[in-house]
Ligand binder design. Structure first.
Ligand code: DX5
Ligand code: ZN
Length: 218
């Protein structure tokens, strides 16, 4: 199973986004994690379609879009057209998750579903065959730079066991508080896609930070 590092630009210098994307690419990151917040689903705002559109050409890395928004169905077309490669939305939204997954697939993109730390992982089990990825939030969504919640490790293990039992190759992504000290733990529990924001973008030498993470993951 491939191990991937997805750099969350929520912690990047927004005045120099093009340079920050290049820095992530040349430092050995595998994807760019693009956090979209609507001020309803989470108590914060970030950026959306026009920003993705304008930075899409700055890097060859795939864009891993994380929709922390109440109505993802209304925005799949726009994010796909702006250059998203994978779209992940939250299980806790009110609308039908199967319809959202189908819509992401219709656009030819990778589909993921995410759960907040307090949502039982079993809630995504009925959807597993339809998904490329499950994103287990390891902090409450909404802000970068928070501390990793250790209780989420059990959910990662339970999900990896279920995925293996069914003979699937679904990626497990983790997001929140991931850095040198937490990466080995989430990897041991079964995660293979690691989102990291503040640990990478606050590093003076991002390439060394990425190499440090990879050493922990081997
Ligand atoms: C939080 C976002 C994360 C955030 C992670 O809601 O989904 O992607 O940028 O930031 P760090 O790695 O600093 O915890
Ligand atoms: Zn995220």
């Amino acid at each position: 199973m491939d191990i991937k590092i997805s750099a969350s630009i929520l912690s990047a210098d927004f005045g120099n986004l093009a340079c920050e994307l290049k820095r992530a690419e040349t430092s050995g990151c595998d994807m760019i994690h693009f956090d979209v917040m609507d001020g309803h689903f989470v108590p914060n705002l970030s950026y959306g379609v026009p920003v993705l559109k304008s930075i899409r050409g700055c890097t060859a890395l795939p864009f891993d879009v994380h929709l922390m928004i109440t109505d993802p169905l209304d925005f799949i077309d726009a994010f796909a057209d702006a250059g998203a490669d994978h779209i992940t939305f939250h299980e806790e939204i009110a609308s039908d998750p199967v319809r959202v997954i189908e819509k992401i697939r219709e656009k030819g993109l990778g589909a993921g579903i995410s759960i907040k730390p307090k949502t039982p992982v079993e809630r995504v089990f009925p959807l597993l065959e339809k998904l490329d990825m499950v994103l287990i939030m390891t902090v409450e969504p909404g802000f970068g730079g928070q501390g990793f919640i250790p209780e989420t490790l059990e959910k990662i293990s339970a999900l990896r066991t279920e995925i293996s039992k069914r003979g699937l190759s679904t990626d497990i992504e983790v997001d929140g508080g991931i850095g040198f000290n937490t990466s080995a733990k989430v990897r041991a529990a079964g995660a293979n896609v690691l989102v990291s924001g503040s640990y990478l973008f606050r590093a003076e030498d991002m390439a060394a930070a990425v190499a440090g993470l990879r050493r922990q993951l081997d």
